[in-house]
Write a protein of this length. Sequence first.
Length: 488
Amino acid sequence: MSETQQKTHDTRSDRSFFGQPGVLANLFGVELWERFSFYGMQGILVIYLYYSAAKGGLGIDETVATGIVGAYGGAVYLSTILGAWFADRLIGPERTLFYAAVCVMSGHIALAILPGLVGVGVGLVLIALGSGGVKANATALVGSLYDEHDPRRDAGFSLFYMGINIGALIGPLLTGLLQKEIGFHWGFGAAAVGMALGLTQYAIFRGRLPEETHHVANPLPAGRGVGYAAGAAGLLVLIGVLVWADVITADRLANIVIGISLVAAIAYFALLLTDKQVTGTERSRVFAFIPLFVCNVVFWSLYQQQFTVVAIYADKRLDRDLFGWEMPVAWVNSINPVFIIVLAGVFAAMWTKLGDRQPVTPFKFGAGTALMGVAFFCFLPMPSGENTAPLLGIVGILLVFTLAELLISPVGLSAATKLAPKKFATQMVALYFLSIALGTALAGTLAGYYDENAEAPFFIWVGLAAVVTGVVVMLASKPIHKLMAGVD
């Protein structure tokens, strides 16, 4: 066994972090701070866009504002393709993660110090590009800590997911309070400081990761870089022209991201299924991923309503009075992370205890999606008057959100790394995030159909779509599992 192989073996066999490899703690920490900044900013973004100037906002139409938030969220996950490409073709996943985190921090600084739509445009573009690199590569790095048959794998991803949600809990609490008491830009500034802390922590301990995380899986041939750079420059020019010609406009952004995500997903599946270096077993696993991809799109198109419809609901429907003090709107975004922190360890322990007796991955996907639909049905009995819905009611609904999330989201991250062809390890994770990109952008478009004066049809139809999708996938779980060809 070579020195590099021995180091990898030692890393994977380590159990110093709650029974998981000790290096998981560093990835846990950087993702915590990245999520602190991400959710802290996103918790106040939609109200910043549609609040009037008198309230410190930009006064954008509410439907356009939700579309921008959906498009931005979709772009975050869409940019995982670029982050994965840099990792697999240029500099490896570890270096890509580091430089992407720098990009995220720069975006939050832009939101904090640049005024109006200039700050929104520059900041959201930088954060979207950087977050894509962080997401794809942090997940791949966690996957590198386990072999495909390690029974700790799902539990490890669940712990990693808990780190994400500690950041997601603290971020909106702080940014929401700063926004309410001082102003929006102070909230955006807090997000920038959080990302700086995460980047510093990661830089100190990054050398402990396995050597393979520096490996470039599919290096770009010599001389091809100039062509790709020219293509990127041409694309930027084209985007600029389309913006100048009013083809790309704020109210069309969500639909544009949906279209790009859909085309990219079809192209990725075609690439993975036709590549000659992908074995028959690997190809079968890619086929198994197709229904999971569709299920995930439906799940995230509802789940991401937390930052659109649920945010508007909290602002206009929810009674936020706490003993005579009005709770910031963004604090609603911290309810879900509280439940995740409490329950992620429970789910991790449950999957570990069940071992081979736990439900198969496709069944978990279906159950999570169906339960997400049930969560939207739970809005129906809530009072419909202005600021009359009880806080405990939204807490209960977000508990159902959480249970659905824990069934599908950490399991989805794990499934993407398990089903990935070796040649496309990081890019398979990007394909998983494409399903979230598509779902998130759809969330922005769907939010445009939300009418606060006639809410019931919206909640019924989107809930029903998720329930039907989830039930179909659960019924088909056995043939899907068979296509997974020995991994679970």
